[in-house]
Design a protein around this ligand. Structure first.
Ligand code: 2HA
Ligand code: ZN
Length: 276
């Protein structure tokens, strides 16, 4: 049932979206206009939307987002500062609807002073498409941030999934439970567009978190709390790794492989033991 009397910015998913932007900024994850966020509207969300005018021309995408034609996404705008989102959501956000061919989109709300969706639009949409095609793995939230400790880690460790994942798993004991599939790794490359988006969307099939070397991290989740919680957990584990490895005190304890194998058993085989 439609509720056209409720302003869009008061709808639950929009409020949660805005809250994540504010929390990410408070964590220091978003210098200047760094980072971006997207949300794939569910049928229940769509039922709450007021009637929206979709009169703008279709804007072509750099990549075809297979299987997502006709779907709606709420996104941060290109150049928007996360900390400014709560001040003027209608200017800093946009709601888009993909055309049926999933090769272009129309803006149906937001961008009140012009502009376009995030420069990482293709990454976000291709990621949703990757996960939507997998039974039980669909995600509603894609979150990209620039957390300093994870970025620092990408300068200190070889850029392979096993090394990065094990450094994180063995820095905080909850980590193997929270991202048992490990962290995917994308080498340093030009941000924005289809190339980095395609690579990320392949890794996001099998990982809830993907590191962009020397740049940041992409996390996905069924809910805003899942995606944000993963971002803060991984950055905190990276911070602990840097504190321990950078300390002048001699390390006397560690999370041993035997404990990781115990966790693998306790988690019913979810842990990717190839990464131990
Ligand atoms: O500036 O984070 O990756 C926005 C970004 C691009
Ligand atoms: Zn970025």
């Amino acid at each position: 049932m439609k509720r056209p009397d409720v302003p869009l910015t008061e709808l639950p998913f929009v409020r949660q979206f805005i809250r994540l932007c504010a929390n990410g900024a408070a964590m220091g994850f978003h210098e200047r206009n760094g980072g971006n966020l997207s949300y794939w509207l569910s049928p229940e969300d769509l039922a709450l939307l007021p009637d929206l005018n979709c009169s703008g021309p279709p804007v072509p995408l750099e990549a075809e987002v297979s299987g997502m034609g006709g779907e709606y996404f709420l996104l941060t705008a290109s150049g928007s500062f996360m900390r400014s989102v709560p001040l003027d959501p209608e200017k800093e956000l946009c709601l888009i609807r993909l055309e049926q061919d999933a090769r272009s989109y129309r803006v149906v709300w937001g961008l009140s002073e012009g502009g376009r969706p995030t420069s990482e639009l293709e990454s976000h949409l291709l990621n949703f498409s990757s996960r939507a095609g997998m039974p039980g793995r669909a995600c509603r939230v894609m979150y990209h941030a620039h957390p300093a400790h994870v970025i620092a880690l990408s300068f200190l460790l070889p850029l392979d999934e096993k090394t990065i994942t094990k450094a994180l798993w063995t820095s905080m004991i909850e980590c193997p439970f929270l991202f048992p599939e490990g962290v995917g790794v994308v080498p340093a490359m030009i941000p924005g567009g289809a190339q980095i988006g395609t690579l990320t969307s392949e890794l996001i099939r099998t990982h809830d978190a993907v590191l962009w070397a020397h740049h940041g991290l992409f996390c996905c989740g069924r809910s805003f709390d899942d995606a944000f919680g993963l971002m803060e957990t991984i950055d905190k584990a990276a911070q602990i790794y840097l504190i321990v490895e950078g300390s002048s005190l001699k390390r006397v304890n560690r999370i041993e492989d035997s404990l990781l194998y115990e966790i693998a058993e306790a988690s019913g085989g979810a842990l990717n033991t190839r990464l131990i």
